[in-house]
Every structure is written in C-alpha cells, then in structure tokens.
Design a protein. Structure first.
Lengths: 319, 296
C-alpha cells in the first residue's frame, strides 16, 4: 500500500475559497454570489479584493440561481455559494429551468454537504444532492476529496463552459493531494494499484478509503483505490478497466445509496460488466446531530465500514 | 464579444407611427390565433393581451440585433419573458422582427420544433436567452442580466414581463427586494395586470391587492398604464426610460385585457390556455383584418 504523506489537515471549503480568490485575480469574468454565508463558504478574500464582482444576495437562494443565470448573459462566469442543501433541493426548479435547461455557464458551489456538517443535524445535512444534480441533463457533478483538490477543481471549472455542481464540506481532513496536481474533469485519479478489489471513493470518503487500504494490506488484501472526484461525467473507462482486473467493487461516499456514486457505478457495471458490488453510503436515512466522527461511525461511512464491505464483496467474487 | 455594427443593428424604429404599429399588432394577433388553433393548444388569452407591449418593444423602443443573434447582447436592449406560457406572442414578434423565418411559426408546439410550448434556448432559437414557463424566475434572471450590463459598462436597458398571477410566486418578491437594494437602475419590469389566472380572477385566487403600494414599499418606482393602447403605453415606456439611472428600478403595472382584439376572448380567464376551434378562428381572423396580411 502506497503512503500518502501530508503535513496539514484543512477543510475542502477553504480550498474553494482559495481557488475563487485566485480566479478573481486571473479571470475578470468570474463573479461570485452568496446567500448570507460568506464566512462559511470562505469567500471573504474574494469579497474583500473584488467587491465590484461580488453580489450579496441575502437569504434568497432561488433569486441567487436566477441572478446567476442572468449574469451569464453578458459573458460573466458566476459562482454561487451556499450550503449544499440550499444549493440543490431548495432551488431544484430554478437550476433545472434557468440554468441546466437554458445551458447557462453557472458554477453551483456547495459547502457543508453530507453528515460531516455535524451538530446542526439533518435539516442541513443533505445526502441527496449528488443524485438531484446528476439527474439534470448536461450537469457536471464534482466532489473533490481535500483542500488542494477542491482548489484545483474550482480553477478547472472556470475554464469549462457549462453548468457545474461543485460539492465540498465543512470539516478539516488530511490534505494529501499534490498542490500542483492538475484537475481533469471526468478523470479518475488512481491512488493505489491493487489486484484484489477496486475501491471507488469520492469526497471525504477518499481518505477513509486510504485508511481502509492500509488495514486491508495488513490482512494481505491488495486494494486498488481510485478517487472518482467527478460523478458526472463518470470515468467509465477507468472504472471498467479496474473492475475487470480485480473482479469486485466497493464504492464509498458521504451520500445516500440512491442517486450517488455507487448508484452510477452499479448502472455502469450492470450494463458493461456485471460484477459483485458493495456500497458504503447512507442507506435510506436522514442524518442527525453529533460530531462528524460520531456520525460517520454511526452511519457506517468510515474505514471500518469500507473494510467490512471489501470482505463481503470478496466473498461474493467468482472463484 | 463583437459589437454589432450599425448596419446590422435593428435601431429603434422611432419613426414608426402608431398606425403602423397597430397593423403589426393585428398581424401578430393573427399569428397567435392561427398558431394555437393549428395545434389545438397554447395560451392565446395572455398573448393577445400583451401584443401592444411586445410590438412596442421590438418595433419601436428597443435597440436590438436580430441577425446574427448574440446571446450576450452587449450593446443591445434585452427582453425577458417570465410568463413563458404566452410564447405565441413572443414567437410571432421575434419572427416578424427578423430573428427567424416567419414560416417557422407553423412548427409551434410540434415535434422537432425550435418553438417549444414554452420558450427555451432549445436548439438555440434566436431571440430566446433563457427558458421560462415554470413561473417566477424571470425577474431574477433579468436582474442578473442588468447587473452584467453594469459590469460591462453597457448602458443599454433590460426589460422583463411578468404575469400578475405569477406574482404569487415567492421568488418574485426575493428579486423585488434585491433589485432596489442593489440599485439595479437599468431595469424596467412590466406586470401584465389582466386580473385573471387559470382558476379565476387574481383577486379571488391570490389576493394581489395594491400592487403599486407593495412595489413602492419594496423600493421600486412604479408607473401604471393601459397596456392595450399604444399611445398611452409608449408614453409610459418613455417615462420609465427617463427614470433610469437614478439608483432605482422601474416597475410598470400594465392594465390589459386578456384576449384583447378578439371580442369573444376578451376579459375572461376561460381563454387562458384554450385554443379556438375552426369557426372561432374564422371569426377571430375577421376581427383582425390588416391592410396587407402576410400570414405564414
């Protein structure tokens, strides 16, 4: 098992804030909108240095999505910022009609996704957002794993023409992606080569997959670990190549099973290469209040859960 | 984005007389009833009621470039239709001002058409800048487009039309709060105050009440006008334009009659989303005579 050294832990939302600030300096067409959550979204630096290109919308997310669609008419590249819950479910019809169906170049940037938002509880812990966004035709859906990757993704989506959902989170997590790693939309990142099982993880679960890989190595199981930061478009080629080699698959994500990464990969395998698959995800349940670590343990989203899923799926492998 | 050259630009045809506009409006109304009749679906009532406004904007007031159509519209006045169900009037006016062939009106609501039931950027129909149909979204979009114009140093104006029943959507009031607060003073919004919505009169269904007082309380400059009389309407639009650039957006409450121009459709919500039959079409076309009809 490869080693993934890191010198600091940081939140992915700060990667977004740093990327947005850099875009402020390098791309005059980038504008930002926020629904009363500048600090939470780490947009402070952009607001301070580019006030004329920042729009405080207040607690009015539907209006924010419409404004963003309108700002594209005239060549602006709007980045909207609020929590994932208010970035998707609350404004689904606005995104559907004014942004996705209208083909608008809006970047919907969503923080505090999933259980790791923690103590605020289920009202704010959206676990359905990837599903909602990936169902929209032509929407790109990205869920990076750490600070560096979130920053790189933020820069990359500004150069991509079309609507994007960029999902990130609140807690600090190990920042292990090389700072100079280019972000390629739709390209999986091979983290560890292995022959016994393919683990496809996204977002915060990527680090958990690395921890699981170490535990599995101690048991003599050689896991291939791939970071699928782009859920849509899915890197079908890389996923199939790995699955055909290892002959069994585990997916891991901080999201509902319904509509998430595992669901996308299950569809792909069912069509192209039916193989045993286990999903590490929330199983048809809302979250609750608690610390992020407590919640990830209770809802089965940590390295222990991944190891258990690997053992289960390997037992199902054709002998 | 390339600036349109003077020769390409559909300059405001300030010289067009009211009599000429009336002839265009009659032709547009013929298009509307024929379009909805042909597919036995669509929304004639609101379309007929807003004909004077769209004809005024596209044939007299706005500086715009139909060909080649440019999505960004820099240097042009922009119009957004928030109440997308009155697409027949929008399509007719766009076609007749040169955005796409008039003959294409015959494809309205048919399979493989660019003229969807509700306006869409579908297949890039020239003149449509955002999809509408699900109500309540257009004021936000228009406000965003107006702010983009400010960032671009573009001094042209953004116009948007909403239905009155549509004002029951909460997003309208989010945008209504936002635009004055952000001093979006290159924006003229119109409300089609025909007093009707699908289930009956607006005052019975949604109780819109004193819209002037409501929008004034939100910080808008509010004008009221008759939306079916060119002279009054054009004077009001001119007044609205004179109020731009003063830190405040302008709202025009426009009294109209649903179905205006076709006597049996006038003033009733019954014709909101119902097409005329063959006999009714013939009656309507008789009432909508034009000097030189050029039906598609």
């Amino acid at each position: 098992m490869k080693d993934f050294p890191y010198t600091e832990s940081k939140d992915t939302r700060s990667g977004f804030g740093a990327g947005l600030h850099e875009l402020g300096k390098t791309n005059p067409n980038v504008v930002a909108l926020c629904a009363d959550l500048i600090g939470s979204l780490k947009m402070d630096a952009f607001v301070k240095d580019f006030p004329e290109r920042f729009f405080q919308v207040g607690i009015a997310e539907a209006n924010m999505m419409g404004l963003a669609a309108g700002l594209t008419i005239g060549g602006k590249i709007p980045f909207t910022g609020t929590f994932a819950n208010f970035s998707t479910g609350r404004v689904y019809d606005q995104i559907r009609q004014s942004i996705a169906y209208s083909g608008k170049n809006v970047k919907i940037c969503a923080s505090h996704a999933g259980l790791t938002l923690g103590e605020d509880g289920a009202t704010h812990q959206i676990l359905e957002d990837i599903g909602l966004m990936k169902m929209l035709p032509h929407m790109t859906v990205i869920n990076p794993c750490d600070y560096n990757q979130t920053k790189a993704a933020t820069l990359a989506i500004a150069d991509y023409e079309g609507p994007v959902y960029l999902r990130f989170g609140r807690p600090v997590v190990p920042n292990f992606t090389p700072a100079d790693q280019q972000f390629e939309i739709g390209k999986g990142v091979l983290l560890n080569e292995g022959a016994d099982v393919s683990i496809f993880a996204t977002g915060h679960l990527v680090w958990k997959a690395i921890l699981a890989g170490k535990l599995l190595a101690e048991k003599g199981i050689n896991a291939e670990i791939i970071n699928i930061h782009t859920i849509k478009p899915l890197d079908a080629r890389m996923i199939l190549e790995s699955a055909r080699k290892t002959r069994c698959v585990v997916t891991a994500e901080e999201h509902q099973m319904n509509g998430g990464l595992g669901d996308s990969i299950a569809q792909l395998l069912a069509r192209e290469e039916p193989l045993p698959l286990e999903m590490v995800a929330v199983n048809d349940s809302f979250g609750e209040s608690g610390t992020p670590d407590q919640l990830m343990e209770k809802y089965g989203l940590n390295e222990t859960a991944i190891v258990a899923a690997v053992e289960k799926v390997m037992a199902r492998k054709a002998k | 984005m390339a600036q349109p050259t003077a020769s390409e630009t559909h300059a405001p045809e300030a010289t067009k007389s009211v009599a000429e506009l009336q002839q265009i409006a009659a032709q547009v109304r013929r298009d509307i009833v024929r379009m909805v009749h042909a597919v036995n679906s669509g929304h004639p009532g609101g379309s007929l009621g807003c004909t004077e406004l769209l004809v005024s904007l596209y044939f007299k007031v706005m500086k715009h470039t139909p060909e080649p159509f440019d999505m960004d519209g820099i240097g042009q006045d922009l119009f957004f239709l928030s109440n997308g169900h009155i697409s027949p009037v929008f399509y007719s006016v766009l076609a007749r001002s040169g955005y796409f062939p008039v003959s294409e009106l015959a494809t309205f609501r048919k399979l493989n058409s660019r003229l969807q039931g509700h306006p869409a950027t579908h297949e890039h129909l020239p003149g449509i800048r955002v999809a509408s149909g699900s109500l309540g979204q257009g004021l936000s979009v228009a406000t965003g487009a107006a702010q983009a114009k400010k960032l671009n140093g573009d001094d042209r104006t953004v116009f948007v039309l909403m239905g009155d029943g549509e004002l029951e959507e909460g997003q309208i009031w989010e945008a209504a709060l936002y635009a004055p607060h952000h001093k979006v003073d290159n924006l003229i919004a119109f409300v089609d105050r025909n007093g009707q919505q699908i289930d009956g009169p607006t005052e019975k269904i949604g109780g819109l009440g004193d819209l002037r007082a409501k929008f004034e309380a939100f910080g808008w400059r509010v004008l009221e006008t008759d939306g079916n009389q060119f002279e009054t309407l054009l004077a009001t639009i001119e007044e609205a334009q004179s109020l731009l650039g003063q830190g405040v957006p302008v709202m025009v409450l426009m009294d109209t009659q649903m179905g205006f121009g076709v006597d049996f459709m006038m003033g009733s919500h019954k014709w909101h989303g119902v097409a005329p039959n063959d006999e009714q079409l013939a009656t309507a076309l008789l009432q909508l005579e034009v000097e030189k009809a050029s039906d598609y």
